[in-house]
Write a protein that binds this ligand. Structure first.
Ligand SMILES: [Zn+2]
Length: 582
């Protein structure tokens, strides 16, 4: 009990007969008070399907304004949300006050589709971002890896392959500095791989090695290797990198989750957890070192693991940092590589419709059994045929076992949908889990694959919302940048980072800034069955909070290009400050 409250209680007990009506004394003191912020609780109703904010939304004549200033937290949950003055009354001797002075406070960010080990692996490599010369690149590796045991692989990434395309480095200096370790240095855009002699030896690449189609092995005038592999030839080297040990892999998973915490995320929905990933996640959870929450979607490609979970049954309560009650299934391929299954031929490849279903490894029996055992399923479907057939599949299971309809099944990506199929999402209670960044990035070639008519049903967030479907937003990291400001910008503008096209690609499908923010918070909480615990800032919910130095609702509406100036100030997960910018 704190002194202020004792004074208050004493005051009340001696003077109740003549005291003016006093504000009620809080029953409990807070562990943490976040104050001085522009707080958007998102506790008001969803906007209409055309994006119009609800009557209850905090808006004035000039647009958005925050609906609170402070949040008080106790035992990992929200004790109070409201004015700074009222929140201060929850302060006790042991309370920490985090004054965020004018920063914006929103419900904790959630990414609904991630691959965190891939992100962590990138994080764990030596960074070559921004190096200007070959010498500088090699020196950076020398500095970062001074005492690596003989034979161990050294991995780096980020030298600029477009900038250096007319003056590729060679392996000479790299081989001289690293005579006993294979070194592989991947480029910024992924089109070139640079290795030393030791790496080429380990990968058994020599002058006689044939380049795969779509790739080149660079050689000098004398026909000798230079240490550079281009495009698809890069895999000759990267495929030779040994698999990480379980301990290394666990380190990647942790590094990926820590990166997400730094970038404002309180939770990820991990799309495709196989045994090695489950082992890593479980051990991190049991030792209390998961920095953020993880909602695990089991990989349907790991049949043994799935069958174990069918025996065990899904986690029903949301009472842990790691929750498992979903399965990720894979129905078709990707659009860029023309693997996505289309109803009609690819516009830029007559006679080709992509691959799907059984030929893509979709185990219908296993997934149906998971559904009947109470698991949510998230089906990867990209093409319009992939989406239709995935909906047909979900429909068939739901028809036979109607209780499975309420498990909030999802289609992951839902990238190209035939006009006849939009309404089936809401009819089947299926969530469209989508990547705003993909729209920004794929627009360069998506129309070539699809033609203008089909492109209207691509990344069609507004059409889906208007059809009654629920959306969930994500980055599909490490494939796309998970930066929230990039994600919000993509959803709000449908433009690339350099603001093309000026009006956005098929701009009628844009989201409002409120919809974009909901897409990374409460809508994702719903997609994981956690909307009662997180996704908005309300008393009794988990204290999952993100603080950023720009106002995404105001900027998203008035100057979305400036969202890129945004920085994460703090990430709070269940009342713990998981990240705080210095
Ligand atoms: Zn994915």
């Amino acid at each position: 009990m704190n002194c202020n409250r004792l004074v208050w209680l004493a005051f009340l007990s001696f003077s109740f007969s003549c005291a003016p009506p006093a504000p009620p004394v809080p029953e409990e003191t807070a562990d943490l008070i976040v104050t001085g912020g522009r707080v958007y609780t998102l506790s008001w109703a969803d906007p209409a399907t055309d994006g119009t904010p609800s009557e209850a939304a905090p808006r004035g004549a000039d647009g958005w304004r925050p609906d609170a200033e402070a949040v008080a937290i106790r035992d990992g949950k929200i004790l109070f949300v409201g004015t700074a003055a009222e929140a201060a009354r929850y302060a006790g001797d042991a309370t920490r006050t985090l004054d965020v002075t004018g920063a914006t406070v929103v419900p904790g960010l959630i990414d609904s589709h991630t691959h965190v080990a891939g992100l962590g692996e990138l994080e764990s490599q030596i960074s070559l971002f921004g190096v200007a010369t070959e010498e500088e690149a090699v020196q950076r590796v020398v500095d970062a890896a001074p005492n690596v045991p003989e034979g161990e692989w050294i991995l780096a990434r980020g030298w600029d392959d477009s900038d250096w395309a007319s003056r590729y480095p060679t392996w000479n200096l790299l081989s001289e500095k690293f005579p006993r370790n294979p070194v592989v240095m991947q480029s910024l855009h992924g089109f070139a791989v640079w290795g030393n002699r030791k790496a080429f030896e380990a990968a058994r690449i020599d002058e006689s090695t044939a380049a795969p189609s779509g790739g080149r092995i660079l050689k000098d005038a004398g026909g000798k290797l230079t240490g550079i592999l281009l495009d698809r030839a890069g895999r000759l080297l990267t495929d030779a990198i040994p698999e990480p040990t379980p301990e290394q892999f666990r380190g990647y998973v942790k590094a990926g989750l820590e990166r997400m915490a730094r970038d404002g995320y309180v939770a990820v929905q991990e799309a495709g957890v196989d045994r090695s990933l489950m082992t890593a996640l479980s051990s991190l959870e049991s030792e209390g070192s998961l920095p953020i929450r993880v909602y695990a979607m089991l990989s349907a490609r790991d049949g043994d693991l799935c069958r174990e979970w069918i025996q065990k049954g899904p986690d029903r309560a949301n009472d842990r940092m790691l929750i498992t009650r979903s399965v990720k299934a894979y129905y078709d391929g990707a659009l860029g590589s023309r693997g996505a299954r289309l109803l009609e031929d690819y516009s830029d490849m007559p006679g080709h419709k992509g691959t799907a279903g059984g030929e893509y490894g979709f185990d219908m029996e296993l997934v149906a059994e998971m559904m009947r055992s109470g698991f949510q399923v998230g089906v990867h479907a990209i093409g319009d045929a992939g989406n239709r057939e995935s909906l047909d599949f979900l429909q068939s299971v739901v028809d036979a076992s109607p209780e499975t309809r309420d498990l909030r099944h999802r289609i992951e990506h839902a990238q190209v949908v035939h006009p006849d199929d939009f309404a089936r999402f809401s009819a089947l209670n299926v969530i469209a889990s989508m990547e705003p960044p993909h729209c920004a990035e794929d627009q360069r070639w998506a129309e070539a694959r699809l033609g203008p008519e089909r492109a209207k049903g691509a990344y069609a967030w507004r059409t889906l919302r208007k059809s009654g479907a629920r959306l969930a937003f994500n980055s599909d990291l490490a494939g796309s940048d998970h930066d929230i400001f990039y994600g919000l910008h993509s959803a709000i503008t449908r433009r690339t980072r350099d603001q093309t096209p000026p009006d956005g690609w098929y701009p009628e499908e844009r989201m409002t800034s409120e919809e974009a923010l909901r897409g990374y918070t409460i809508w994702n909480a719903y997609a994981a069955g956690q909307e009662k615990e997180t996704g908005t800032l309300e008393v009794g919910k988990w204290a999952d909070i993100t603080v950023m130095d720009v106002d995404p609702l105001v900027l998203g509406e008035t100057a979305p290009g400036r969202l890129f100036e945004g920085k994460i100030v703090a990430t709070i997960v269940g009342g713990n400050v998981a990240h705080e910018s210095k």
